[in-house]
Design a protein around this ligand. Structure first.
Ligand SMILES: Cc1cc2nc3c(=O)[nH]c(=O)nc-3n(C[C@H](O)[C@H](O)[C@H](O)COP(=O)(O)OP(=O)(O)OC[C@H]3O[C@@H](n4cnc5c(N)ncnc54)[C@H](O)[C@@H]3O)c2cc1C
Length: 402
């Protein structure tokens, strides 16, 4: 039996990654001051300018198929390019591969009808509009347990009426449309019965009631609370099949978890590079910090975290690219990378001392940006719970075969 395990990067991917690295270094980083770290309220002209520059640099929309004007990379290719983009918080926005638009584009490519693709995917892929994905609800509604979904969609003549409340909906402010998850049969606690709906932002039944004040400030449009009240949509607004929403959520969430890992690994690399530079330049007790054993340990542990995170991420991406159900691999990668990235940024702050707390380097901003990643896309505890359950199930199956 021939077994091959390879980490070679395809030439085209390597070239796009090289261009992305140069683009982020030469164009994007100098724009970081333009929004003073607060990307939530980032000005629309900045987004347009960055995306225009990314187009010129031929790195725009690496994840979207060529039919929609993108570079059509698979997940393994995206892993390399998105990490390069993630070196700046503005990099993914410039390449149009930031959350939630990137995950929504993928979902629309896989699930939407041709008409829906023309209406929603084409402008989204081109960066003409932004979008949001509305699933999470305040308690007692859907959170880490999506089955708790309380938002309902009731059949009307020729359409549906959506009622419910969502919160932490990233990018909602300024989005042209939302993909809203609502219950079309059963009740909270049921494992099925959810449907996805495409809701235009000018629908009078969908209202942003507030933009939530959060620890992070790095996502264009921020995070909003939205109310759906008598929100009427036509039958053509159903994305995919009725009652299949939870299955489609996995189509979106599996890869979307991985793309978050890719982008945040870029942030980890940036933090570690700042720490390495500081450790080489700053001296204490007669030697550079880089020659003090405990600083060396911090630096080494961060290298280990970045390399290990990348390895588990690439493995999960490879599984997904093979079309395999990769739930265990994506859970492991998401849990590991989200925690590793937090450790790396924390160590970088420590190595830089007071400088790391200041706004004189990007570290303090990166510190607050990475914390929420241990909560969204499934909190670490939810993933560990699922990882253990799958491991126990597999062990039982192995025992039954013996
Ligand atoms: C910055 C940010 C952006 C977000 N963007 C979006 C978005 O665009 N769209 C959207 O729909 N949602 C979004 N979310 C919401 C996110 O998906 C939820 O926060 C997440 O699913 C967890 O749900 P919850 O906050 O309701 O936590 P809860 O479900 O209340 O869980 C709270 C805690 O309980 C523990 N827990 C949960 N499950 C288990 C378990 N099985 N075993 C042990 N402990 C467990 C964990 O410690 C968890 O953190 C975003 C959240 C954040 C922070």
């Amino acid at each position: 039996m021939k077994v091959s395990i390879g980490f070679e990067i395809d030439e085209r991917v390597a070239e796009i990654a090289r261009r992305t690295t140069e683009f982020v270094r030469d164009v994007v980083i100098s724009e970081e001051q333009a929004c003073d770290g607060n990307v939530h309220a980032g000005p629309e002209p900045l987004r347009r300018r960055l995306q225009g520059a990314a187009r010129e640099a031929r790195v725009f929309a690496p994840h979207v198929g060529a039919k929609w004007g993108g570079l059509g990379l698979d997940l393994c290719g995206q892993a390399v390019v998105f990490e390069a983009a993630g070196y700046s918080l503005l990099g993914p926005l410039a390449l149009n591969c930031a959350a939630p638009d990137e995950g929504n584009a993928h979902l629309l490519e896989v699930v939407a009808t041709e008409q829906q693709q023309e209406r929603y995917l084409r402008p989204l892929a081109a960066g003409e509009v932004r979008s949001c994905f509305a699933m999470t609800e305040p308690a007692p509604g859907a959170g880490s347990d999506p089955r708790a979904l309380t938002t309902t969609a009731t059949k009307t003549d020729g359409g549906w009426r959506i009622d419910g409340r969502k919160w932490f909906i990233s990018g909602a402010d300024g989005a042209a449309f939302a993909i809203c998850m609502a219950r079309t049969c059963g009740g909270p606690g049921d494992a099925g019965g959810a449907t996805m709906f495409l809701v235009d932002a000018d629908n009078p039944g969908m209202k942003i009631v507030r933009n939530i004040d959060t620890l992070d400030q790095g996502l264009f449009g921020g995070h909003s609370e939205i109310v759906f009240e008598g929100c009427e949509v036509e039958d053509t607004a159903v994305l995919g099949e009725v009652d299949q929403g939870f299955a489609y959520a996995q189509v979106r969430l599996g890869p979307a978890r991985m793309t978050h890992c890719m982008r945040w690994l870029g942030v980890a690399r940036r933090a570690q590079d700042i720490a390495l530079e500081r450790a080489a330049d700053r001296s204490a007790f007669g030697k550079p910090l880089a020659e003090l054993g405990m600083v060396q340990q911090l630096l080494a542990d961060s290298e280990i975290d970045i390399e290990t995170g990348r390895a588990v991420l690439w493995r999960a991406c490879w599984e997904l690219d093979q079309g395999r159900p990769a739930a265990q691999h994506t859970s492991i990668a998401k849990t590991y990378v989200s925690e590793a990235v937090n450790r790396v940024v924390d160590r970088a702050v420590q190595i830089c001392g007071a400088l790391g707390i200041s706004g004189d380097t990007p570290l303090s901003r990166l510190y607050r940006e990475v914390r929420p990643f241990r909560i969204y896309d499934g909190p670490s505890e939810t993933h560990r719970w699922a990882i253990a359950k799958r491991a126990v199930r597999a062990a039982r199956e192995r025992r039954a075969i013996r």
